[in-house]
Design a protein around this ligand. Structure first.
Ligand code: NAP
Length: 346
């Protein structure tokens, strides 16, 4: 049994921060040794600083930890960041410069050319960018890796399965995103109850660009992005957790529906602690996937795909769903940390 790595969480009191704490409780490879948040929380015991919102209650192990400001030094070797993007860019850079492994959820560095944007099952070879990043930015042992936008992580996996086998040419996505995606307290209840909001600030550009980097090829120290276009419309809907994405796709080859299902169903999972048994689960019940029924598949780490049909305008259409604070945020970051250990990088 290998040793436990000491981890800190930036933005520990928030929606994603709390999910980190829940997922890291009793994790065989990590122990939480530092928690950090804003000036509103710093200096207080975590139990006092944090209004805990997840079922099951706050773990006893973190209650007495004093919340720190978001600056080094923190008593840890790995930093999970769930900070708002307004402060993430400068803070994550400061931690990486100070020698910490920074595993970020925020959008700040996702599209930087020297920063891996990881879905471990799809592109773990992008970890090769860490050497490039260290060299370019003069980091010592520190570095930054990121995980995708919480809506992108729902549809990039089925696209990866199709792109690998048949080539993806163009995609239209319509996202139906849960309220928890906006953090806490998020969207006012009087705005979202009995309503659908056809606007999420800054979301559509992320959804239109991240998948091409994730599905890109790493060669000669750089990512060559996948050559397809994505058009996106993003909606906030009255669901607590779980982002649903409607996808229409044109492929570069003519393939049958059975070919598409097989490509999705046979795309392998990994053998890391947080890996689900199935990376993607193809569901042929006519009314699935649904957030309430499917977001917890594989402990929130499985992407559920269904409603696959030939389309009248595009080649195929389907619906993909994942848990936005688990696979879409903290769970993906923890999986990235497990991958970094597995590859001997931390
Ligand atoms: P949240 O619930 O609003 O939590 C924000 C956290 O950041 C809190 O711990 C807060 O501390 C801290 N914070 C806020 N302003 C700060 C400042 N100026 N200096 C230091 N700390 C500050 O937000 P969230 O939903 O957890 O999102 C966090 C990040 O993850 C964002 O970048 C978001 O885009 C990304 N993300 C979220 C989701 C999701 O489903 N929610 C999914 C993927 C990615 P205090 O409690 O002390 O204010």
């Amino acid at each position: 049994m290998s040793r436990k790595y000491r981890v800190g969480i930036l933005g520990a009191t928030g929606t994603v921060g709390q999910r980190f704490i829940q997922l890291l409780e009793n994790h065989p490879q990590f122990e939480i040794t530092a928690l950090a948040a804003s000036d509103r929380s710093a200096g207080k015991p975590f139990a006092e600083a944090c209004a805990w919102k997840l079922p099951g209650g706050m773990p006893d192990s973190v209650k007495e930890i004093t919340v720190q400001p978001i600056e080094p030094p923190l008593d840890c070797e790995i930093v999970f960041s769930s900070l708002p993007s307004s402060v993430a860019r400068e803070t994550e850079l400061t931690f990486a410069r100070a020698g910490y492994a920074v595993i970020s959820n925020s959008s700040s560095y996702r599209m930087d050319e020297d920063v891996p944007l990881l879905i471990p099952e799809i592109n773990h070879e992008h970890l090769g960018l860490i050497d490039v990043q260290r060299q370019k930015r003069g980091f010592g042992t520190g570095f930054i890796v990121t995980n995708p936008n919480c809506a992108v992580v729902s549809f990039a996996p089925p696209l990866a399965a199709l792109h690998q086998k048949f080539g993806v040419e163009s995609v239209i996505v319509t996202t139906l995103q849960a309220i928890s995606g906006a953090g806490y307290p998020g969207v006012p209840s009087l705005d979202i109850t009995d309503n659908v909001i056809p606007y999420i600030a800054g979301e559509e550009p992320k959804v239109e660009t991240e998948a091409q980097k994730i599905l890109g090829k790493f060669a000669d120290g750089a990512i060559q992005k996948a050559d397809f276009t994505v058009s996106a419309q993003c909606f906030r809907v009255h669901v607590i957790d779980g982002h649903t994405v409607s996808v229409r796709v044109n492929l570069r080859k003519t393939v049958t529906m059975e070919d598409v299902i097989k490509a999705i169903e046979t795309f392998p999972s990994l053998n890391l602690h947080s890996s689900p048994a199935k990376f993607m689960d193809f569901c042929d019940e006519p009314s699935r996937p649904q957030p309430r029924l499917d977001r917890d598949a594989g402990n929130g780490m499985t992407i559920t795909v269904g409603r696959l049909f030939p389309d009248n305008v595009f080649d195929y259409r389907f619906v993909a769903l994942s848990h936005n604070t688990v696979r879409g945020a903290a769970g993906s970051a923890v999986l990235n940390a497990e991958l970094l250990i597995d590859k001997g990088i931390v």
